[in-house]
Design a binder for this molecule. Structure first.
Ligand SMILES: Cc1cc2nc3c(=O)[nH]c(=O)nc-3n(C[C@H](O)[C@H](O)[C@H](O)COP(=O)(O)OP(=O)(O)OC[C@H]3O[C@@H](n4cnc5c(N)ncnc54)[C@H](O)[C@@H]3O)c2cc1C
Length: 284
C-alpha cells in the first residue's frame, strides 16, 4: 500500500513528488510521456532561473531526473482506470494494479477528440468518452466501442454489463488482445445521424448503432475522475483550497485544474498539493 500515487510527471507532478519526499512521504510517480511539451520543439525561457532558454522537453526530462536523483520512484506507464474500495484507491495501469491512500492527478490538459466528420456534432449525442459514466443509458442497446488496446478492453468489460450487442471498431489499427464480440477493422470515415447518432460510415459500409464509446489511447484524468463522481467544470477538475476534489483523498494540480496554463503555476500547485496530501495522511 502506497501513501501517495502521483499520476503525471510534468511540472505539477514532479514538484509535488519533491515536496512530499522532503516531508518523508515516499510517492510513486507514474507518467506516460512528456505531457504538454511532448511535441514541442521550441525553447522555454520564462521560467525562473533559466540563464539560457531550454528545450521544453529537456526541462521536463530534467525534472524527472531530479526526482529520481532524490530517490523518488518514477515509472513510465499509462493509468487506464482509477477505482475506490472504501477509502483506498486502486490505480490501474496497462501493466499493474497499485493501492494507495491518496492520489494526485497531475495529468495536464488533454482533450481527446477524433478528427472525423460528425464527431463534434454527435459528441454527447450518442458519442461518449466514458463507459462508466454513460454506459447505463445504453442498456440492451446496440453500441460500438472504438479502440484497440488495454483501455478499450477495460471499457468493453464494463459495457458488457449493460448490453450484449457490442461491436469493437479498431479504426484501422491492430487489435492488441482478444475480444469475444464482433470487430470492425475498417477506418471510420464519418459519424452520422439526425438529432442523435444513428450510424457510422466506414471504408466498407454503414453500421447502425445507438451509441458509440471512444476508448482510444489512454483516458484523460477528467475521464477517470468522472468515473468516481468528481465535480468537473469546463473540462477542469474542481478542487478546494487544499487541492482536494470532492472525493476525500483524491487531489489534483497543474493544468488539469485550469487557471493559468504555465509551468510556474503548475510547480506552485504541485508544492501546495504535496502539503495538502501530507496533512491529509497525517490527520487520519
Ligand atoms: C506548445 C506549448 C508550449 C508551451 N510553452 C510554455 C512556456 O514557454 N512557458 C510556460 O510556462 N508554459 C508553457 N506551456 C504550458 C506548460 O507546458 C504547461 O502549463 C505545464 O506543462 C503544465 O504542467 P502539468 O504538470 O500540469 O502537465 P503536463 O506538463 O502536461 O504533464 C502531464 C503529465 O501527466 C501524464 N499523464 C497524462 N495522462 C496520463 C495517464 N493516463 N497515465 C499516466 N500519465 C499520464 C503525462 O504523461 C505527463 O507526464 C506550453 C504548453 C504548450 C502546449
Amino acid at each position: 500500500m502506497k501513501d501517495a500515487i502521483i499520476v503525471g510527471y510534468g511540472p505539477a507532478g514532479i514538484s509535488a513528488a519533491i515536496y512530499l519526499k522532503r516531508q518523508g512521504v515516499e510517492p510513486l510517480v507514474i507518467g506516460k510521456d512528456l505531457g504538454a511539451l511532448e511535441g514541442y520543439d521550441d525553447k522555454v525561457e520564462n521560467f525562473y532561473g533559466l540563464v539560457e532558454p531550454i528545450y521544453g522537453k529537456d526541462l521536463i526530462r530534467n525534472g524527472i531526473k531530479q526526482a529520481q536523483n532524490l530517490g523518488i520512484e518514477v515509472i513510465t506507464d499509462a493509468v487506464i482506470s482509477l477505482k475506490m474500495q472504501g477509502d483506498i484507491f486502486e490505480v490501474i495501469t496497462t501493466q499493474e494494479h497499485y493501492e494507495t491512500k491518496t492520489v494526485l492527478l497531475a495529468t495536464g490538459k488533454t482533450r481527446r477528440t477524433m478528427s472525423r466528420q460528425g464527431f463534434s456534432k454527435y459528441r454527447g449525442k450518442g458519442i461518449s468518452m466514458c463507459a462508466t459514466c454513460d454506459g447505463f443509458f445504453y442498456r440492451r442497446k446496440k453500441v460500438g466501442i472504438i479502440g484497440c488496446g488495454p483501455y478499450m478492453l477495460h471499457e468493453l468489460e464494463y459495457l458488457k454489463k449493460m448490453t450484449k450487442d457490442i461491436i469493437v471498431f479498431t479504426d484501422g489499427h491492430v487489435l492488441h488482445g482478444e475480444v469475444d464480440v464482433p470487430v470492425v477493422h475498417d477506418k471510420i470515415l464519418k459519424f452520422c445521424g439526425t438529432e442523435k447518432l444513428t450510424h457510422v460510415e466506414t471504408s466498407t459500409g454503414k453500421v447502425e448503432l445507438d451509441g458509440m464509446f471512444v476508448a482510444l489511447g489512454v483516458p484523460s484524468s477528467v475521464e477517470f475522475a468522472s468515473q468516481l463522481g468528481v465535480i468537473i467544470e469546463k473540462n477542469n477538475i474542481v478542487v478546494n483550497d487544499h487541492y482536494m476534489t470532492n472525493i476525500p483523498g483524491l487531489f489534483a494540480a497543474g493544468d488539469v485544474i485550469g487557471g493559468k496554463l504555465q509551468i510556474a503555476k503548475a510547480v506552485y500547485d504541485g508544492m501546495n498539493a504535496a502539503d495538502a496530501i501530507y496533512n491529509y495522511n497525517h490527520k487520519k
